[in-house]
Design a protein around this ligand. Sequence first.
Ligand code: MG
Length: 379
Amino acid sequence: MKKIAVIGSTGSIGTQTLDVIREHPDQFTVHTLACGRNIDLLKQQIAAFEPEVVIIGRVEDLPKLKGHLGHARAYAGEEALVEAAAHSDVDFVMNAMVGARGLLPTMAAAKAGKKIGIANKETLVTAGHLVTQTCREHGAELIAVDSEHSAILQSLQGSNLSEVERIIVTASGGSFRDWSYEQLKTATPSDALKHPNWSMGQKVTIDSATMMNKGLEVIEAHWLFGLPYEKIDVVIHRESIIHSLVEYIDKSVIAQLGSPDMKVAIQYALTYPNRLELGGTERLNLLEVGKLHFEAYDQNKHRCLDLSIGAGKAGGSMPTVLNAANEVAVELFLQEKVSFLGIADIVEKALETHDKISQPSIEDVLAVDEETRKRVRAL
Ligand code: MG
């Protein structure tokens, strides 16, 4: 029985993780549920999964859980979250938080030598060098949850990384793939939130529309698989059937395909390197799909992707700045305070005006993250 801590349990990946766990009560049990402010949904999750530990974002919400905890102990705040991620009874930490605030729980789980399902890509973007080094030192294992990275992990099984020529990360192109640059000037949050293929949280859906998501995923792939940026390519594939590919030195290309359903990647992370049956998910019907399409990304429309690759290659504290500036820019866009194309402008400006730190410590990362957020808000 695998005891799982679901961090970010009320978000899109968190709820789907619980769906997978619900299907296999003989394999998985929920040890910890952690969420921010969605206390109503959390109460339902506590009733359904009877966790040992519950963590919420704010102390003032703790009284709302009274009478709903069963045998669980409840705590609030970041320190409690960090402790829960390292709890000795937990076998697997699913980090499904959104944003760089997922970094400290990831680091705690890494120090405790846990298996970590890393759906929180911003963690690896902002401090990939520290997270991977800590995992190596403490025998922790990072397991991809993002659909593209899960596809790469699956396509790597039985092969050596040294035999990889390159990996090809596919992108759906997001909500605006058929919009012209002119049209993008007036794009609104509600336009951007209509993703054609995947059902996801708000932040990642906006990131998909700007292609920042793909940029973050390139950096994530660099850290997860230890490959140089020159060996990571991006191609737009509008059907989201091929989730990513690995090309080997003998020119053989191995891909992972399936219906676009995050539960496949989530379950694979939980069962890796084995597999389990998965109900409810649509089987891939190639005859129904008929054709698959591939195209290059548009450097004008998708500036965020090139900004990310640039920040990734520059290394040091640059990806931290990229990520923090983007998180704030997305927030401002959702509040209709900046335009859609303004997101890339904000990120570019934040990168240009930052003095790079070459080997940032965890304290440096946290400080640069905070300073960048302040800087962007002041603009
Ligand atoms: Mg993805």
